[in-house]
Design a protein around this ligand. Structure first.
Ligand SMILES: Nc1ncnc2c1ncn2[C@@H]1O[C@H](COP(=O)(O)OP(=O)(O)OP(=O)(O)O)[C@@H](O)[C@H]1O
Length: 296
């Protein structure tokens, strides 16, 4: 059996005995080698989940296993770029990369780290404190990629990058995944941008996993339909339905063939995510059978 990159079982976290749960009862399994999008509204628990996987927070209940072991033990094999991109402000860019090389003897990928920094036209002598938010992100990504991690956890890595830099660095990340089989887990609010690059989805809402699985499977399991307003949608599972004038528009999980006079289409990832977020009561499909098992 292939070891999953991350496996969470009834994982929960709260910051203090009386505080609300930031994350509760989260169970999912992320196969190794995938590029996974973690999406959800502000305060949903995305950063908390990534920090738990990075071993920077301890669970209040449940467990999280990373690369087959506990997060602290896995840390040398994991790269993490926090939302705040913490770096040493007094160091220069080149010094920061040298520090990365010193901290990761034997596995430092200087070519990749240098290439990421060079793409931003950064002066190697510039102090971190003098860089813009997007330039700091570039250095933080260079540091994380230089470590050549097996698992890369990125908390909103693209948020302060300009569109060209986003495109270029997304390409670097996808290249890393394709060439080295790196598992990448990235949170983002720009769902439309994730559809082409990510192959797995983890949708978090209200501290719980609302939807998880391979994006192609999730899209194939749902259908956008348009039918006359009085149509009964049973027995199909309705995620969202709205009547506008004489038409009923809905997002369904069909439980059998649909009537031929309904107009149907496959939803985009953004439509799927928005429908689930707008309808907290909508039940997610049962998890797909585990495909990480390999024949012995
Ligand atoms: N250090 C902390 N102390 C207390 N509460 C916290 C702490 N970190 C997060 N929380 C709370 O946990 C919940 C989840 O926060 P988290 O930062 O994980 O959400 P998020 O999905 O990453 O949000 P965003 O999209 O805004 O970055 C929020 O209610 C937040 O207030």
């Amino acid at each position: 059996m292939t070891v999953p990159a991350i496996e969470a079982d009834a994982l929960g976290k709260r910051f203090g005995r009386r505080a609300a749960w930031a994350l509760r009862d989260c169970s999912f399994r992320l196969p190794a080698g995938r590029v996974c999008a973690v999406v959800g509204p502000n305060g949903a628990g995305k950063s908390t989940l990534l920090a738990l996987a990075a071993g920077l927070l301890a669970p209040t209940e449940g467990t999280v296993t990373v690369l087959g072991t506990d997060p602290a033990t896995a840390r040398p094999r994991v790269g993490f770029v926090d939302q705040g991109k913490p770096l040493y402000p007094q160091l220069g860019v080149a010094e920061t990369l040298r520090m990365g090389a010193d901290l990761n003897p034997g596995r430092w990928d200087a070519d990749t780290a240098d290439r990421v920094v060079a793409g931003g036209d950064l002066d190697p002598r510039a102090r971190i404190r003098s860089l813009s938010g997007g330039q700091r992100t570039r250095v933080a990504l260079a540091l994380a990629l230089g470590k050549r991690p097996e698992l890369l956890l990125l908390d909103e890595p693209m948020a302060d990058l300009d569109p060209l830099a986003r495109h270029e660095l997304m390409g670097v990340l996808m290249g890393q995944a394709a060439e080295h089989g790196t598992t990448i887990v990235m949170s983002s609010h720009v769902v439309a941008e994730l559809e082409d690059s990510c192959d797995h989805l983890l949708l978090i809402g209200g501290g719980r996993v609302r939807l998880a699985g391979e994006i192609d499977d999730l899209l194939a399991a749902h259908t956008r339909v348009s039918a006359p307003a009085e149509t009964d949608l049973a027995p199909h599972a309705v995620v969202e339905a709205r009547t506008t004038g004489r038409r009923l528009s809905a997002l369904l999980r069909p439980s059998g063939p649909l009537p031929g006079d309904w107009r149907t289409g496959t939803p985009s990832l953004e439509e799927l995510v928005l429908s689930y977020l707008r309808n907290p009561g909508a039940l997610a499909p049962a998890p797909a059978p585990d495909t990480t098992e390999t024949a012995a």
